[in-house]
Design a protein around this ligand. Structure first.
Ligand code: ADP
Ligand code: GLC
Length: 487
């Protein structure tokens, strides 16, 4: 099958979160199954042109009042032959950030930037004379792909191409002023009928979800949750109406990157049969964060974008969050790496200065993220909602037991501890409140000191969990086939 992934992120070229990991790993897994998969990204400023092969001729992309002339480039995914194409358009992508930067959390012209990416997908395929069976779009930035496919491109070359839209996070929908609508070159009638209309504005994800032939989200539980008002972010009605076309497929783990036995970013490697390397990682983590080097103290790690989605209010909310009470009253250490909401960064700094057993690094750093996954005993991930979540899966594979809220992909990947049998791979709670978070951390600490046999067995079980991309890729292929049979 010929599949074009259109995305705003794909590692190692551009990443702000799990989306970048998922798009690349899925593409590689599909290629290993024998499919002709290719990826299309914007050429952001941080991707040096001289590492890419220029393609001729330039593409004239009909948008706005005329044509935008773009240059296209190509390379392949490292270690594979999967082609990666880039749309180069200085005015939109010659900037440091993907969606925004320190001066502007979101670039104002994002609807134009990502409309260009989406529209250029068709132009590029024509110019390569390579017509995909499936266009696979991801989240709001490429949600216009299914809209263009259905309403302006499904003739001629693309008559038989199907579209699939993956929802990695319903919390981000791409809502903008309707003044941008004429830029897309679509008939005003489509403002309503293609699903753009959203309280007088345009909603790109909503239009994509209306027009795609098939919808995927990244875990079975999240697929059910988003059809309810509590998790639907206003889209539950639409998703219920499309429930026959919506499936949940769990992300996998890219074991080339996330494997404690081979991870080059760790000071020492280990596996379930020989765990001494994990103790070395713990010592290194304590040193790196400035925590006391205490092998017997349970260490709780966290790696996250500091946004409300990740439960940062319940964890760090000043005066009510669970963490300050945990570090003040329990014999534990906590190490956090993350960046995001300013108040939260400030609070992490305050706690770091006040408590010797709490240290945070504000920033984004892959090496430290790997060290936290490997060197911690427990991993904090009490997300309010979590479409899939990759970090808890990385933790499991690194023998670091996750503390999670029973929601979305967390519920699908972590198995709750049973004190009676010692079975499980992590610690779960049902209602996200500072109190239940505090109690669950306390429960983990209790097990650490009183049932080390259980902890050992849980780690071994967790490390044996396979989160195979191959299995997920096969499920995607079934979705592609269904989408194709409907067009
Ligand atoms: P989300 O995509 O919602 O942020 P995921 O758990 O799916 O959550 O994926 C997060 C990804 O981003 C993981 O690969 C994680 O290691 C990485 N990550 C998040 N914050 C940081 C950070 N501060 N430094 C390094 N990596 C980070
Ligand atoms: C989103 C979600 C996360 C998911 C990732 C990759 O960023 O927040 O849960 O793992 O996408 O699908």
């Amino acid at each position: 099958m010929k599949i074009l992934m259109v995305s705003s992120e794909a590692v190692p070229f551009a990443k702000s979160g799990g989306l970048g990991d998922a798009v690349s790993a899925l593409s590689l897994a599909l290629a290993r199954l024998g499919h002709d998969v290719r990826i299309l990204l914007p050429r952001y400023y941080m991707i040096p042109r001289d590492t890419l092969l220029p393609l001729d001729p330039p593409l004239g992309v009909p948008l706005g009042s005329g044509e935008l002339w773009c240059k296209a480039y190509a390379t392949s995914m490292p270690g594979s032959e999967v082609p990666v194409y880039f749309i180069d358009f200085e005015r939109y992508f010659g900037r440091n950030g993907i969606y925004g930067d320190s001066s502007q959390s979101e670039y104002e012209d994002n609807p134009e930037r990502f409309a260009l990416l989406s529209k250029a997908a068709f132009q590029l395929c024509r110019s390569l004379d390579w017509i995909p069976d499936v266009f696979h779009a991801h989240d709001w930035p490429s949600a216009l792909v299914p809209v263009f496919a259905k309403h302006s491109e499904r003739k001629g070359s693309f008559k038989k191409s199907a579209t699939v839209l993956s929802i990695h996070n319903l919390g981000y929908q791409g809502v903008y002023s309707k003044e941008y609508f004429p830029f897309f070159g679509l008939d005003w009638e489509l403002f309503h009928s293609a699903g753009f209309e959203y309280h007088g504005s345009i909603n790109l994800l909503k239009a994509g979800m209306t027009c795609a032939d098939a919808l995927v989200t990244v875990s079975p539980t999240y697929a059910r949750e988003i059809q309810t008002p509590s998790f639907g972010f206003g889209m539950d009605g639409l998703l219920r109406a499309r429930s026959r076309d919506l499936v949940g497929i769990l992300n996998g783990v890219d074991t080339e990157i996330w494997n404690p036995a081979t991870d080059p970013l760790l000071p020492s490697r280990y596996d379930a049969d020989s765990m001494s390397g994990k103790a070395i990682c713990k010592r290194e983590l304590q040193k790196r964060f400035g925590l006391g080097e205490k092998p017997d103290t349970p260490l709780f790690g966290m790696v996250a974008r500091l946004t409300q989605q990740k439960g940062i209010g319940e964890l760090f909310g000043k005066g009510y969050g669970a963490v300050e009470q945990v570090i003040a009253t329990m014999h534990v250490q906590v190490a956090v790496i993350g960046n995001g909401e300013a108040w939260c960064e400030e609070e992490l700094k305050r706690l770091s200065a006040l408590y010797p057993n709490f240290k945070a690094i504000i920033g984004y750093d892959e090496r430290i993220a790997h060290l936290v996954e490997a060197g911690s005993d427990f991993f904090l991930m009490p997300s309010r909602y979590e479409p899939c979540g990759l970090n808890q899966m990385y933790s499991l594979r690194y023998g670091t037991l996750p503390i999670v809220h029973r929601t979305g992909g967390l519920a699908d990947t972590v198995e709750n501890y049973s004190q009676e049998t010692g079975n499980g791979t992590g610690f779960m709670f049902d209602d996200l409140t500072p109190r239940s978070l505090y109690n669950t951390v306390g429960w983990a600490v209790w097990a650490w000191f009183n049932r080390p046999d259980h902890i050992r067995a849980m780690k071994a079980k967790a490390m044996g969990r396979e989160f195979s991309w191959e299995k997920s890729a096969r499920e995607y292929v079934a979705v592609y086939e269904r989408a194709l049979s409907g067009t």
